[in-house]
Write a protein that binds this ligand. Structure first.
Ligand code: AVJ
Length: 325
């Protein structure tokens, strides 16, 4: 029974295929140094992220899950039977709320999870197949851009691209623009886009969510260096760096950095890259933008993704937007 079609030949940024690393070289040779946030998600990073989602301070996951629990049935009613394509599917935990709603409407279940982490993609896809007997899964390992280009026509009446967890927040405004164009290009007229976005709120609440008391977020941030060591034969010493996260109120974004404690040199052999670090120097590993519901709806509209309906929680902490091309 070949239900899980497991494609690993998608793109350079997959775990299955050695990455060229030009994005790493580019980020680490500019001033200030940066790294692309998808490098958080090696198999260990994906596990650490799952732990973050359970932290008392990290409100986004449970807030979004509560919205989905309340409105998934309405979403299913609005779209009718459709293929679900999820970008950054991770553990697919929240997706189950959608699958349950579509199953309750007796719609056929077809799911295309897309993730850069092959390990978590495979284990969550297998678990879903065990739990949803009629489900068909086709997993794609790779970056969003390449995966979106690989979508094959669906046999169901329509399709919905699902992008939950406010992962959109990792994109700066220009990247966001490009991303929306890619989504628009991947959808046919009438097809759907379901987007989850974290909303602007008081700074202490935001900063606590990225500076948890158990230090899981710090570990998650530092793990990016371990991932680079593994992937590119590097000698980053995580003891030489510390986690630093704060809310930038001008740009409405959390910024995560790794701050170097003492001046030293790091070598990434496979990239033939030698890096000098000054004491106090930082590498920016992530931005996590916080959105305003009006503004993001306008941007979606401009990019040809018409917002049909918006759902939020009682505190207006998180928003879920269903759009149609
Ligand atoms: C998966 C990008 C949505 O920005 O909140 C969690 C990642 N980083 N804690 C976020 C993250 C630190 C998360 N996203």
């Amino acid at each position: 029974r070949l239900k899980l079609q497991y494609l690993v030949n998608l793109c350079a940024a997959s775990d299955a295929e050695p990455q060229v690393g030009s994005d790493v070289i580019q980020g680490l040779t500019q001033t200030p140094k940066t790294l692309p946030p998808q490098y958080f998600y090696d198999d260990r990073g994906s596990v650490l992220f799952e732990e973050i989602c359970e932290l008392p301070e990290y409100y986004p996951t449970r807030t979004e899950a509560a919205i989905l629990r309340q409105y998934a049935s309405e979403i299913a009613r609005m779209t009718g039977a459709c293929e679900l394509v999820e970008l950054g599917s991770g553990s697919s935990t929240k997706t189950r709320l959608l699958l349950d709603a579509y199953a309750a409407h007796a719609y056929p279940l077809q799911y295309v999870p897309i993730d850069v982490s092959a390990g978590i993609l495979e284990s969550s896809a297998r678990q879903l197949l065990a739990d949803y007997p009629s489900l068909q899964v086709q997993g794609l390992v790779g970056t969003y851009e390449l995966a979106l280009q690989q979508l094959t026509p669906t046999l169901l009446p329509t399709r919905m691209i699902v992008f939950l967890g406010s992962t959109l927040g990792n994109f700066n405004p220009q990247e966001c623009d490009v991303f929306f164009s890619q989504i628009q290009g991947a959808l046919k007229v009438g097809e759907y886009f379901l987007l989850g976005v974290d909303l602007q709120k008081a700074k202490p609440l935001l900063e606590d969510a990225y500076n948890d008391s158990q230090g899981v977020t710090a570990e998650f941030n530092l793990n990016m260096l371990e991932h680079l060591n593994q992937r590119f034969a590097g000698n980053f010493d995580t003891q030489q760096f510390e986690h630093w996260a704060f809310y930038n109120e001008q740009l409405n974004q959390i910024e995560m950095h790794l701050r170097c404690l003492e001046a030293h040199t790091v070598r990434l052999e496979a990239l033939d890259l030698t890096l000098n670090f000054a004491a106090g120097e930082t590498i920016m590993t992530e931005i996590s933008r916080k959105f305003d519901l009006e503004g993001i709806q306008q941007e979606l509209q401009v990019k040809g993704l018409k917002p049909l309906k918006v759902w939020t929680d009682s505190q207006q902490w998180f928003g879920l937007i269903l759009c149609q091309r």
